[in-house]
Design a protein around this ligand. Structure first.
Ligand SMILES: Nc1nc2c(ncn2[C@@H]2O[C@H](COP(=O)(O)OP(=O)(O)O)[C@@H](O)[C@H]2O)c(=O)[nH]1
Ligand SMILES: [Mg+2]
Length: 696
């Protein structure tokens, strides 16, 4: 039997690492009677951190799904890892829920990943609730914390309860919606909070607002009913207080989630059907629309695909339609998931989250049903490592294991470098790659060797140049002959190829060919058939080969335009191979003349550090060719420094930052743009490439 969609609440628990998210979820399960015993992250008995890697590291690595029932509601909770490098797990989880419960450690306050969670939740259209955790720890400035939350995330951030006692002496919480008679020991007065709470809630109901300003107080009942609407609209971001360790505020949090978390119908889900946009109805009898938001590959049950149903009903053993597979996909069993445990179910209706085992046709992002849900966009990883198995003969095993990992983690990319014949894995950071390496060893039993992170440089030109190449070969019977004259130009990023290749620039323009991925344009302005038109495809082939292998240091070429304007052929000896070779050679020839340069990726970094370390961090950044963009402080003792910096300078930044800040700093980075590498560094990269060539 499918569950009543109005009773379902799907919540992702997000926020910075070590904020106490997993401990909180464990305690919510205990409170609701969904699990027995007293699970603990530290003891390795957590319901959510059940994976071997997680037990080993004592923190979450993957998003974990659990469920509980409370006050007539069915809650699905997705506990996500808090490390910025593992943000892919959070992004997938947010697709499956309507509410993000953002954990903020009351002791250390807002951190980089708190803001990331806030932003990603907003992008996913989720309502946001903040939970202040670890209120039993020392040195907590409750009022200051609330003020900094308001400052950072807006005035809608209002406590739904306040602690009674702080630190060791915390003994409970006092509700600010229904204020009890006895408020002794509350760390701040709940009454003024009540007022702003009421005002933020009634903002979503005009009639109530009129009554309120006419002097009539809405009832607590009325306010409770509107609360989820206010969270959905963003006029209210409830702040709820807990100490999971002391099990304080847990029952109250469950009650508050019951009224403040969004039901599935509160988030409008759009999809496309045959190119038209449609709105999905969370109706069990509607056509099926579900999406895989996470894939887990388990040593025992093998592949588990986690699906969120948005419309219609998913049935066990059904054959379903997916956009990627041409034929129907047979599903097999449906599983209800409680951490590491699963239980078969017959069906899953709108709002529900289930897993499907061993279905190779389902991948993270796959839509199940006739419609197409928007893809889940994961950040592009930037830090690469060349990998090889430690034991010769493990190549196939390694390649299989790596494919599994890229299925599970969309922020790990895998490439074969055609140049070096190496396998390169790219991840979010050095730490992320290290976790991957450990997983390969422990789970898949393959040990790997890695080389220094590889920077994805690009080659380009900075001025125009002109040149020619004659390919001539006499071998036995027929020979080979082709001659090409060409010019090269820097082709700006974002330029429109049609506009660029105008008749004013190229009066004899016959044809243009544009390759978007490399931003490469080439034009044919040959007059009088000095190169017969039928060789043009071979010339293009030669260019494209050269584009991939580069000219000066073995990196792909981008942002150039080549004009082929003259040539010669031979009635017998000219053939496609000859023109292909000549094209590749003339390309290298003119490229070298055109002031070639290396381009390097530059990343945007947000670095969160204790305020007294800002000086150290910024002078270190300057030494790494970094450019400060700004600085922000959100109350508390932490400051966020924003900078642009070449990727090559930050491949091991996690380690550097940690030693500079005694482990208190954290950072996120994302790709910004490509920029020209300074001359001395270019020389270094080029001579390394040369050495490599000589070795081979
Ligand atoms: N003092 C205190 N410690 C806590 C509390 N909640 C969690 N912790 C500890 O903080 C550490 C990180 O907790 P965990 O739940 O794994 O955090 P997560 O990374 O946000 O999932 C563990 O050592 C927990 O025992 C709390 O309420 N009070
Ligand atoms: Mg955790």
């Amino acid at each position: 039997m499918v569950k009543n969609v109005a009773d379902i609440r799907n919540i992702a628990i997000c926020g910075h690492g070590s904020a106490g998210k997993t401990t909180l979820v464990d305690q919510l399960l205990v409170e609701a009677g969904a699990v027995k015993g007293n699970p603990s992250v530290d003891a390795g008995t957590s319901v959510c951190d059940f994976d071997e890697e997680e037990k080993h590291h004592k923190h979450s690595i993957e998003a974990a799904l659990v469920h509980l029932d409370h006050a007539g509601r069915h809650f699905n909770l997705l506990d996500t890892p808090g490390y910025p490098d593992l943000v892919g797990q959070m992004i997938g989880a947010l697709r499956a829920v309507e509410t993000a419960l953002i954990a903020v450690d009351a002791h250390s306050g807002i951190k980089v990943n708190t803001r990331r969670a806030w932003a990603e939740a907003g992008r996913a259209g989720c309502g946001r609730i903040i939970v202040l955790t670890k209120l039993d720890t020392d040195n907590i400035d409750f009022a200051g914390l609330v003020a900094s939350l308001k400052e950072t995330f807006g005035n809608g951030c209002i406590p739904l309860n306040v602690p009674v006692g702080l630190g060791e002496s915390i003994s409970g919480v006092v509700n600010t919606l229904t204020i009890p008679a006895n408020i002794d020991g509350a760390v701040v007065d709940p009454r003024p909070i009540h007022e702003s709470l009421v005002e933020s809630i009634i903002e979503v109901d005009e009639e109530l607002m009129e009554r309120y300003f006419a002097g009539e107080m809405p009832s607590d009942e009325e306010l409770s009913q509107l609360m989820a609407g206010a969270v959905a609209a963003g006029t209210l971001t409830p702040i709820v207080c807990v100490s999971a360790k002391k099990h304080v505020g847990i029952a109250e949090l469950l009650d508050l989630l019951t009224i403040a978390a969004l039901p599935p119908s509160a988030v409008v889900r759009r999809a496309t059907l045959n190119g038209d946009e449609v709105t999905l109805k969370p109706d069990a009898s509607a056509p099926l629309a579900a999406q895989v938001f996470k894939t887990r590959i388990d040593p025992f049950v093998q592949r588990l695909s986690f699906l969120r149903v948005f419309a219609g009903t998913l049935k066990r053993d059904a054959t379903v339609h997916t956009a990627d597979a041409r034929k129907g996909v047979k599903l097999g069993a449906l599983l209800e998931v409680q951490g590491g445990a699963t239980q078969p179910v017959d069906d899953a209706g709108p709002g529900e989250i289930v897993a499907v085992a061993k279905c190779e046709d389902l991948h993270t992002g796959t839509t199940v049903g006739d419609v197409q849900l928007p893809p889940i966009t994961f950040p592009t990883p930037m830090v690469g490592l060349a990998v090889a198995p430690k034991n010769r003969g493990d190549e196939a095993k390694l390649s299989g294991a790596l494919h599994k990992i890229t299925e599970e983690d969309r922020t790990i990319h895998l490439e074969h470098d055609p140049e070096t014949k190496e396998m390169v894995i790219t991840g979010m950071s050095e730490l992320h790659l290290l976790l991957t390496k450990e997983k390969l060893k422990r789970r898949d039993h393959v040990e790997i060797e890695t080389h220094e992170p590889k920077i994805p440089y690009r080659e380009t030109v900075q001025i125009d140049a002109d040149g020619s190449y004659r390919h001539k070969k006499q071998s036995g019977g027929s020979g080979q002959f082709a001659e090409i004259h060409a010019r090269i130009y820097p082709f700006p990023e974002g330029a429109d190829p049609e506009q660029y290749a105008s008749k004013t620039r190229f009066p004899q323009l016959k044809n243009l060919h544009y390759h978007k991925a490399a931003n490469f344009l080439w034009v044919d302005t040959v007059v009088g058939g000095t190169i017969p038109g039928n060789f043009m495809p071979a010339i293009e082939k030669g260019f494209l080969e050269r584009l991939k292998t580069g000219v000066i240091a073995g990196y792909p070429v981008q942002n150039v335009c080549v004009e082929v304007y003259y040539g010669k052929d031979h009635p017998v000896d000219s053939n496609e191979t000859a023109f292909r070779i000549a094209a590749s050679k003339v390309f290298a020839e003119i490229f070298k003349k055109a002031k070639p340069a290396l381009l390097e990726p530059v990343v945007n970094v947000h670095i969160n550090v204790p305020a007294d370390k800002v000086g150290d961090v910024s002078s270190d950044l300057a030494g790494r060719r970094g450019q400060m963009v700004g600085m922000e402080s959100f109350g508390g003792s932490m400051t966020t420094v924003e900078a642009k910096i070449p990727l090559a300078e930050v491949t091991t930044y996690a380690r550097i930052l940690s030693s500079m800040t005694g482990g208190q700093g954290s950072f996120t980075m994302e790709f910004s743009h490509y920029d020209v590498v300074p001359g001395n560094i270019q020389q270094e990269v080029m001579s390394k490439a040369k050495l490599k060539e000589e070795e081979d």
